[in-house]
Structures are given as structure tokens and as C-alpha cells.
Design a protein around this ligand. Structure first.
Ligand SMILES: [Zn+2]
Length: 429
């Protein structure tokens, strides 16, 4: 749980902001299920069945959302050719459908993603019914609902709403999106992977409706050994960009009335597993994964069947749409905050060896009217103290550098706050 609240957050929200609607979410999942299978290698030409029909439907939804806001959301179809063990020997064309809401800053991006493709027990079975209601119709429904809500508002950062394919074959659609971001030189402030976010009944029969897990890396996949050793030297394992993002998600969730708890899971993903945020982490972008509090594996990647009294399959009747609406609200809240705020500061350093005071310095950020310096004792996980500063330097009296962690965020004119950048050592001359 966070130690502090951000009272200015509400200022960033439009007064009549829409709320996520369980009925909308259910209708989207029902429509996605109606395509029979959305396997990445299923039909791309059948107008009713297969991944191609599903892609066209999602593109049409983004188009309608864009028309409703005077063209603020445009549709883009990315495609790329990939080869791999879960693809045919000649490779396959992987497609992502994007809704893009341009922000006023030229190059900052916030990305929310779900995967459109589905599967049954045999990952190469392209024809059997694979409803993929929760995995990951839930994520795609969340993305479309976020677009419906946030397209009524204006932001500094560009928001990319993404329905990717190829996840079950090896995260290809997300790789395509991450590689596209790199190629185009996007500054990705945050990527939210929503995968399996719509059930509350766990396989053990215990319902968990009061929390959602948010997974984040500590040691960064994108850093080389020297960079990792530098992070080790400052004790920064719990404060990299993705972990800072997960903590920010937790803070935002706490401020939502009637909301659910964020379980800040200090692992990149579930034990030994991975997901669509991984290609982004590999390229150095802050990214986290949302997943339900309690999974049910009889409802993931299963042929539809009943065996020994157990009903297998990822069907819509097993989902909890009021819960999915709450997970959607958290995504909307954190996207609204980060897309409204200036970019996070860079070049944040601390010094003060052999002293009881710590000097903090950082680089100015375009659009920031002030900065918030956070600190905490280094035997704790969440910021406990903060001070707002107009310039780009301050001295924290009687806050010894040996015993405290420090970070700095940028504040926008509307009170919106960027992610906190963890302070490291200044380069030695
Ligand atoms: Zn999935």
C-alpha cells in the first residue's frame, strides 16, 4: 500500500469523465468470442470466423470511437513477417490493430495493450473453437473501453490503444509494436499489458475480487552488466522505471472510490512465465503486466470439453465484468495521469558522502512548472516524504545519503505528476 496520496491528481481528471461500463465490456467480449477462433494462423479472409474478421471488427471500433471525437483517434494496421517454432516454416504475417490518439507533445507515448489472438490445448490448432473470452478478450475489451473514455479528453502524450496478435505463438505482435516504437523513435513513458484481467474465481474455488496483480521487473532486461552493477551500487533494484510505474499504478488505484487493491508483484511476470510487456522491457521501455488476483488454468489454453466433471475452456460465463470494469478504471486512471503529466526527469543525482545533508540535482523537463523531490529511509519500499521545488536542485538537510533513497518527479500546471526517477550517483570527473 502506498504511504502517500496525491491530492492534486483529481485536478487532472475531466469533471464529467465516463466510467468503465461492465455491460460494454461484456458486449465486446461476446463479440470477440463470436468469431469462433482468433488463432493467429486462422482465416484472414473469412468475413465471420477467424482472426482476420476479428481484426477488422476491432479496427471498425477504433474508427467509430475516432468519429465520435471529431477524428481524435485514428486507426493504424501494423504488419510484419516473423518466423519461429510456433509459426509455419515459411513464417507468418503478424498484424496489430492500433487506435492512436495524438497528444500535444510531439513524441511522448503511453501504450495500453491486450492480445486479440486465442488458442486451445494444441497451440498449432487453427480451426477448433477458441473463445479466448478472458485470455485475452478481457484485455482487448479493456483497451476499447479505455479508448471510449479517454478519447473525450485531451492529453500531452499520445495514447496508443493496441490489440496485438501472435501472443500465443511467441509474443510476435507485441514485438512488432515495440520494434515499431523503436524504429520511429517514440519516447514510450509507459506500456500496460493487460492479459487475463476478467475472472475472479480461482482454480482453488476461492474468489478473489478485491485485488489485481501488477507485475514489474526489478533488475532491468535492457541493462548490460556495467549498468546493472551501477544499479547495484546505489541500491536501485526496487526503483527502476518499471517498478516506479507499478508503484504509481498502486497510488492511482488507492485514489479510486470503491476500487480494488493493486498487488505490486515484484517479479517481471508470473513465476517462469512471460507476456507482451517483455519485448518492451527488452528495448528499455517502462512496462508492467496486469493479471487477475487468482488464475484458473482449466479456463486457459483448453479445448472446450467436460472431463471428470470439470468444465474446461475459456468461456464468457466464467467472467466477472464488474471486476473487469474496476481493472479498466485503474488503467484509465494511470494513463490519464501519465498522459497529462510532463515527462519524468532525467539525470537525477544525489551527493553528500560524509555529510548529514543530501544534495539533489536534475535536468529541466519541458512543460514542468515544478518538481517533487521524494525521499524515504532505505529500509522501506514507498516514498514517505516529499517537497515541491521550482528549480532543478535542492539540499535535503539532515537526510543522510547513506540511509535514504531519493527520487524526483515533474509536475504539470494542472498538478499532474510524472513517474518518479530514482536518483543515482553523479558521474565522477
Ligand atoms: Zn494471454
Amino acid at each position: 500500500m502506498p504511504m502517500i496520496l496525491l491530492p492534486l491528481l483529481a485536478a487532472a481528471a475531466a469533471p464529467a469523465a465516463l466510467q468503465p461500463d461492465p455491460a460494454h465490456l461484456r458486449a465486446t467480449v461476446a463479440k470477440l468470442v463470436s468469431f469462433g477462433t482468433r488463432h493467429t494462423l486462422s482465416s484472414t479472409t473469412d468475413p465471420k470466423r477467424g482472426v482476420g474478421a476479428a481484426e477488422n471488427w476491432v479496427a471498425a471500433q477504433f474508427k467509430a470511437i475516432g468519429e465520435a471525437c471529431g477524428g481524435c483517434v485514428t486507426v493504424e494496421r501494423l504488419s510484419g513477417h516473423y518466423t519461429g517454432t510456433r509459426l509455419p516454416s515459411e513464417g507468418a504475417e503478424i498484424v496489430d490493430i492500433l487506435g492512436v490518439q495524438k497528444g500535444s507533445d510531439p513524441n511522448r507515448y503511453v501504450i495500453v495493450s491486450g492480445h486479440l489472438d486465442s488458442r486451445v490445448t494444441d497451440v498449432m490448432n487453427t480451426t477448433s473453437d477458441a473463445p479466448g473470452a478472458n485470455d485475452d478478450g478481457s484485455g482487448v475489451a479493456l483497451v476499447l473501453e479505455a479508448a471510449r473514455i479517454l478519447s473525450r479528453e485531451h492529453f500531452k502524450a499520445t495514447i496508443v490503444y493496441a490489440a496485438v496478435t501472435g501472443e500465443e505463438q511467441g509474443l510476435y505482435g507485441s514485438r512488432l509494436l515495440a520494434e515499431t516504437a523503436k524504429k520511429r523513435g517514440w519516447q514510450v513513458d509507459a506500456m500496460f499489458n493487460n492479459d487475463i484481467v476478467g475472472n475472479t474465481m480461482g482454480q482453488n474455488g476461492v474468489r478473489v475480487a478485491d485485488r489485481v496483480r501488477v507485475f514489474s521487473e526489478g533488475i532491468r532486461a535492457s541493462e548490460d552488466l556495467d549498468q546493472q552493477m551501477a544499479r547495484r551500487a546505489i541500491g536501485g533494484e526496487d526503483d527502476g522505471p518499471s517498478r516506479a510505474l507499478a508503484k504509481a499504478v498502486d497510488h492511482v488505484a488507492t485514489a479510486i472510490p470503491g476500487g480494488i487493491d493493486v498487488f505490486v508483484n515484484r517479479r517481471p511476470d508470473r513465476f517462469g512465465r512471460g507476456g507482451d510487456h517483455f519485448p518492451f522491457l527488452k528495448l528499455g521501455y517502462p512496462a508492467v503486466r496486469f493479471t487477475v488476483g487468482a488464475e484458473n488454468w482449466t479456463q486457459q489454453h483448453q479445448d472446450l470439453r467436460t472431463e471428470n466433471g470439470i468444465v474446461y475452456g475459456d468461456t464468457i460465463d466464467k467472467m466477472d465484468f464488474p471486476y473487469l470494469a474496476k481493472v479498466t478504471a485503474i488503467n484509465v486512471g494511470i494513463m490519464r495521469r501519465l498522459a497529462s503529466a510532463p515527462a519524468a526527469p532525467t539525470g537525477v543525482t544525489i551527493s553528500g558522502e560524509l555529510s548529514f545533508d543530501t544534495t539533489v540535482k536534475w535536468q529541466p523537463v519541458t512543460g514542468a512548472i515544478a518538481y517533487r523531490v521524494h525521499w524515504r529511509r532505505d529500509d522501506t519500499q514507498d516514498w514517505t516524504d516529499s517537497r515541491d521545488i521550482k528549480g532543478t536542485e535542492t539540499v535535503l538537510k539532515n537526510v543522510p545519503v547513506d540511509d535514504n533513497f531519493v527520487g524526483v518527479s515533474a509536475l504539470g500546471a494542472d498538478g499532474s505528476e510524472s513517474l518518479v526517477t530514482f536518483a543515482g550517483a553523479a558521474p565522477r570527473d
